[in-house]
Design a protein around this ligand. Sequence first.
Ligand SMILES: C[S@@+](CC[C@H](N)C(=O)[O-])C[C@H]1O[C@@H](n2cnc3c(N)ncnc32)[C@H](O)[C@@H]1O
Length: 243
Amino acid sequence: MTAMNTFENKRFLARIRGGDFAHPGEEEAIDLVLSHVKPQPRETVLDAGCGLGATADAIGKKTGAVVVGVDLDAESVRHANATYRDFQFIPGDVTKLGELALPKMDVIYAFNSLYACPDLDACFASFNEVANPGARIGVFDYIAYDAGALAATGCLPPSVHSMTQMRQLPERQGWACTGIVNLDLAYAAWYARFLARMDENREMLAAVRSPEVFEAVRKRYADMLHCLEQGTLGGALHLYARA
Ligand SMILES: C[S@@+](CC[C@H](N)C(=O)[O-])C[C@H]1O[C@@H](n2cnc3c(N)ncnc32)[C@H](O)[C@@H]1O
C-alpha cells in the first residue's frame, strides 16, 4: 500500500479524524502535549513535520505563541498556508533546518513526524541549528518495542524509533531527555476510536476515495491497533532540554 503521508492520504485521514490532524488523539493529544511543553505567549515555536497545519494553528491560538510549521510535503504546506493564515508554513526537511530562514526557536515540537525520519541524530543536530539556548523539545510519537514484529506487518515504516534510540540519539546531539510520558494505552484507545469512526462512516468514506482505498487504510490501522494491543508498538511523549 502507498505511504500514508501523501497529501491525498493525509486529507482522507483528516476527514476521518474530523480536523486537519494526522496524529492520534487529535485535540486531546494537543492538550496533553501543551500541558507538558507549555509554550508562552509570543514565544517562537517550531512544528517539525506540521502536515496540514491544524496542529500548529490550534497550538498558536491556545497559547499566543508564534508558531512556524515546516514540512517536507509542499502540497501540505500550500494547504496549511491557505487555510491557517495566522501562522507561517514553510516547505523543508526537519533534518536540514539550518538551510531555512527560520527565527531562533524557544520550543520545538513534533507530532508523529520523526518516526518517518530514519536519522534521528540528524533531526536533533538540525534542531541545534534553530534552537535558542534555553529551548525545550516535545516529541509525541510511536515507539517500536519489537521492531522485527512491527516490520513484519508493514503497517509503519521501519524507521519507527525505540525507547533506547529516543533517549540516546538526542543525547549525542546535546539534548538530555528530561521526561517520558507513556502513552501506550492512550494510543490503543485512540486507534480503536479511529477504527470505530471509519466503520461508522464506511459508506461516505468509501465514496470519497474508493472501497479499495477504504479497505486498505482500514487494514493498516487495524494492524497498528493489533500491534498496540500486542505490545510491539506503543506511543510516548519525550521531553528534552539542553544537556
Ligand atoms: C503523520 S504526519 C503528521 C503531521 C502533523 N504533525 C499532524 O500532527 O497532523 C507526518 C508528517 O511528517 C512529515 N515529514 C516526514 N519526514 C519529514 C522530514 N524529514 N522533514 C519534514 N517533514 C517530514 C510528512 O510529510 C507528514 O506531513
